[in-house]
Design a protein around this ligand. Structure first.
Ligand code: TRP
Length: 467
């Protein structure tokens, strides 16, 4: 028998499959739906540049840390952290970072599934020709109708959650590979087609300026959101990438692999933004429109070009699949943990977890209709209220879940993972696992993981508190 440890859940066939799976996890609604509307909300170029800096200096080092922890221990995140900590005589309580991560992942999935459902809904709407020749105002009203109808949202939310649970029940290794190999490149091609269209709108340069003009006065406001989104976009901070790392073959080089995944993900985000904003301006829409931005802008674009109807259908199918491969990675850490720990079947665990997320997701569904007026953390002229019905300011239920997960839990999770790899595991173990050819490359990576990423996270938190 070989002495190499292998995960009980299986293992990727090769480095390519890991890249596909990790890219499938990273590229999703975060790049195509969330990134553009956050850029719009936080004022364009300043947000984009801070986001890129956070990806490079914090996101990638944390992603490396997660992957190497997972691959070294070959178990689900909670057991991985406990086992590696025990190896060096540290408390097994490190596994709490992974438990917090699993919970965060489930919370994210609860709203992720609702938005994934919007994409599924749009596949049919596109196919029916609902968007042919419509004006931007009409698409806006259409979207308003969709999210205003709780039963419609619940239906698609259920479809999304159910299909994700089926895939995860069958096991991640294997099934995912086939679909991703075709769908991911196709999504990329369609984004390029959209980019081609936005070049013809006459507002392309305006879009580029909006995306890349740096306005220093906006940096501070966008700092924490940009860092949080860097984590969200790369799928780091909860153990998703750690569990995928546990399935990674020993021969694959972690450094090159992770950098490729991060580059692909970032590229898709930028591409989505550069393609979207010219259309936003051409249609006279408001960039800070919020979560509906993509669902109003793109149907309008598809509705006004030849073959737009077919392309629109294909596009929303691909977004659905991209969302779906991300959703799977959100469930996987908890599923793998429960299977390891209690020896229960994947199918059973997946069903119950999906059901719990589905239930919690109803809160997000209602945020757009029945509970629209319910606002939390209201801080306005009348002072601070934890909760107020009908307030102008404040966060709705979806806003609270999003804030808590992306801006607090993901960076905290990332901080724990980076500190664990940089300070607890020890230099020799990290060097062995990274197996970088060049000693200088290792020194630089280890420095980023040990000092830059943790300090960066703390500085952003501090800046937010003192601003
Ligand atoms: N990265 C995915 C996206 O951009 C979402 C996602 C998947 C995620 N797994 C995650 C976010 C883990 C945070 C943590 O759409």
């Amino acid at each position: 028998m070989s002495s190499e440890k292998v995960s009980v859940h299986g293992s990727w066939a090769s480095r390519w499959v890991f890249i596909l799976a990790a890219t499938g996890s990273a590229v999703g609604l975060g790049s195509i739906w969330k990134f553009p509307y956050m850029v719009g909300e936080y004022g364009g170029g300043a947000f984009v540049l801070v986001f890129l800096a956070c990806i490079a200096l914090i996101g990638v080092p944390v992603m490396l840390a997660e992957t190497l922890i997972g691959r070294r221990a070959r178990q689900s995140p909670a057991n991985a952290l406990a086992a590696l900590a025990r190896d060096v005589g540290q408390p097994a309580a490190w596994s709490w970072a992974a438990f917090a991560g699993m919970l965060t992942a489930l919370l994210i999935l609860s709203f992720y599934s609702v938005v994934g459902g919007w994409s599924f809904d749009y596949i049919l709407d596109m196919a029916k020709g609902d968007f042919q020749g419509v004006t931007p105002d009409q698409v806006g009203a259409y979207f308003g109708n969709v999210i205003g109808d709780p039963l419609r949202l619940i239906f698609w939310h259920s479809v999304f959650m159910f299909t994700s649970a089926v895939v995860i029940a069958k096991g991640v290794v294997g099934g995912l590979e086939r679909s991703l190999r075709i769908m991911m490149p196709l999504l990329f091609v369609l984004l390029l087609v959209l980019l081609g269209y936005s070049m013809t709108t006459g507002h392309f340069m305006q879009g580029l300026h909006f995306m890349f003009d740096f306005d220093a006065s906006k940096v501070l406001d966008g700092l924490l959101p940009a860092m949080g989104h860097a984590f969200f976009s790369l799928s780091v901070g909860v153990g998703s990438i750690m569990i995928y790392g546990a399935y990674m073959p020993k021969s694959a080089s972690i450094g090159g692999t992770i950098v490729s995944v991060a580059l692909l993900d970032t590229f898709v985000s930028l591409l989505a933004g550069v393609a979207l904003f010219p259309i936003v301006f051409a249609a006279g829409l408001n960039p800070s429109e919020g979560p509906g931005l993509m669902f109003v802008t793109l149907p309008y674009a598809f509705g006004s070009v030849p073959f737009g109807q077919v392309m629109g259908v294909v596009f929303f199918i691909l977004v659905g699949v991209a969302a779906w491969s991300s959703a799977i990675s959100l469930l996987e850490p908890m599923v793998a943990y429960l299977v390891e720990r209690h020896k229960i079947s994947r199918a059973w665990v997946s069903t119950w977890l999906a059901l719990a997320c589905w239930l919690f997701g109803l809160g997000t569904v209602f945020s757009f209709n029945l509970w629209k007026e319910a606002k939390f953390f209201v801080n306005d002229a009348a002072g601070f209220h934890l909760y107020q019905w009908g307030a102008q300011a404040g966060l709705d239920f979806f806003g609270v879940v999003d804030f808590f997960t992306s801006r607090i839990m993901l960076p905290l999770g990332g901080l724990c993972f980076a500190v664990f790899a940089g300070w607890v595991m020890g230099r020799a173990a990290v060097r062995d696992e990274l197996a970088m050819r060049h000693p200088l490359a290792f020194e630089a990576t280890f420095f980023l993981m040990r000092y830059v990423a943790p300090c960066g996270i703390l500085i952003v938190f501090a800046a937010q508190l003192w601003k």
